[in-house]
Design a protein around this ligand. Structure first.
Ligand code: MG
Length: 391
């Protein structure tokens, strides 16, 4: 059995992006970029183990991004990419795998096909690079003026993962330590190893600029899964001078009875969100028998559901709520309730709809015994394997 370890290099500082977050941890369609870069190796039957190489300052970020993934303990990289790769290779010296695949974490859309092509070609040679032919006409420039047209027929764009026989590339990196070669194939070439080209993939592009990130975001969002949940709730009228609806206090000649503040609209909404996530109902998360929740503002429950969604890499597409009662009249308060809910869920007001209806004096709501509410929530989730939290 051939052993093959993937080294995923994520130790760079990527100053071209927002300085507050290194680009390999940038969220992409609800999952951190590095998580997307690790997964194809974890899922590939030809890869024995995955070793991340990270910046020592990023340990907390990394642990969060890779939550639940069975990767080897990450090792710290060095000041240059070449040094980071060397340190990653040294960390595998005891394990001594037959093959190593060296991949840039900034390429989040690697397919299993490319990994397979690289591994297969390593059966015939010591070093393999996935690459694509150059299709644009190339110009050499002198300032802003074209000096000449370059023959592109023999030019290829090198990608990663670049594959190597482990002993050979470890030896090459040891001999050439301290240089700043831009890829590992260049290290191998320098020592005279023959490097084989296999076909890469356009999707496997490197994310370097914010334009690349925007393009990647469009690509990632296509793979998101739409989920919906519904909620329903009723509370009975009792003594009081106001009701809470959608987090808004509305003066009324009676109140609603409940363990919490009896906000039917937020209870239905919370259940709809929990339903979309498939994580039970409001009674399980906030048992009415628990004295902690007595008189609790219901926005606590809705915020909790919103937080679970965000932690799972999800995003609210829209929520729609129907409040069912004869009185109080909801229409004058509708816009304020929408504002209140959009603030509670930290979403744009355009994602929130609130409607009201009576039941033509029929049934318990018609007789003015209580208020009912229905809600539906539509959310966008990353594919299950990409979610950093199991939902
Ligand atoms: Mg309730």
């Amino acid at each position: 059995m051939v052993t093959c370890v993937a080294l995923v290099i994520a130790a760079g500082r990527g100053t071209r992006f927002d300085a507050s977050l290194p680009k390999q941890y940038w969220p992409l369609g609800g999952a951190p970029l590095i998580r997307r870069s690790l997964l194809p190796f974890l899922a590939h039957p030809g890869v024995t183990a995955v070793r991340p190489v990270i910046h020592p300052d990023d340990r907390v970020l990394f642990d969060k991004a890779a939550r639940g993934l069975s990767v080897l303990e990450p090792v710290s990289g060095g000041a240059t990419r070449q040094e980071s790769v060397r340190l990653g290779l040294e960390s595998l010296a005891n394990m001594d795998p037959d093959l190593v695949l060296i991949h840039d974490a900034a390429r989040p859309f690697l397919s299993a096909d490319v990994i397979t092509r690289v591994i297969e070609a390593l059966g015939a040679g010591p070093a393999v690079v996935p690459a694509l032919p150059v299709s644009d006409t190339l110009k050499r420039a002198d300032g802003t003026l074209v000096a000449e047209t370059v023959d592109r027929r023999e030019l290829w764009r090198a990608q990663t993962p670049q594959g190597f026989r482990f002993r050979a590339i470890l030896e090459a990196h040891r001999k050439l330590a301290g240089q700043e070669l831009t890829d590992d194939a260049a290290v191998a070439e320098r020592l005279g190893l023959s490097v084989t080209l296999v076909v890469g993939s356009e999707d496997n592009a490197k994310i370097t600029t914010t334009d690349d990130l925007a393009r990647a975001e469009r690509h990632a969002s296509m793979s998101r899964i739409t989920r919906t949940g519904i909620g329903f709730d009723v509370h009975r009228f009792g003594p009081g001078d106001h009701v809470m609806l959608g987090g808004l206090r509305i003066a009324h000649d009676s109140g609603l009875i409940g363990h919490s503040d009896a906000d039917v609209a937020l209870h239905a909404l919370t259940d709809a969100l929990l339903g979309a996530l498939g994580v039970g109902d409001i009674g399980e998360h906030f048992p009415p028998t628990d004295p902690r929740w007595r008189g609790e503002p219901s926005e606590t429950f809705a915020r909790h559901a919103g937080r679970l969604l965000t932690e799972g890499g999800g995003e609210i597409s829209n929520v729609d709520i129907v409040i069912i009662c004869e009185r109080p009249k909801i229409a004058p308060h509708r816009a304020a309730i929408v504002r209140q809910i959009s603030e509670i869920l930290s979403v744009d007001a355009g994602c929130v709809s609130v409607k009201a209806t009576t039941t033509e004096k029929l049934g318990f709501t018609g007789r003015g015994e209580g208020i009912a509410a229905q809600a539906i929530a539509t959310v966008l989730m990353p594919p299950p394997a990409l979610g950093t939290r199991r939902v």
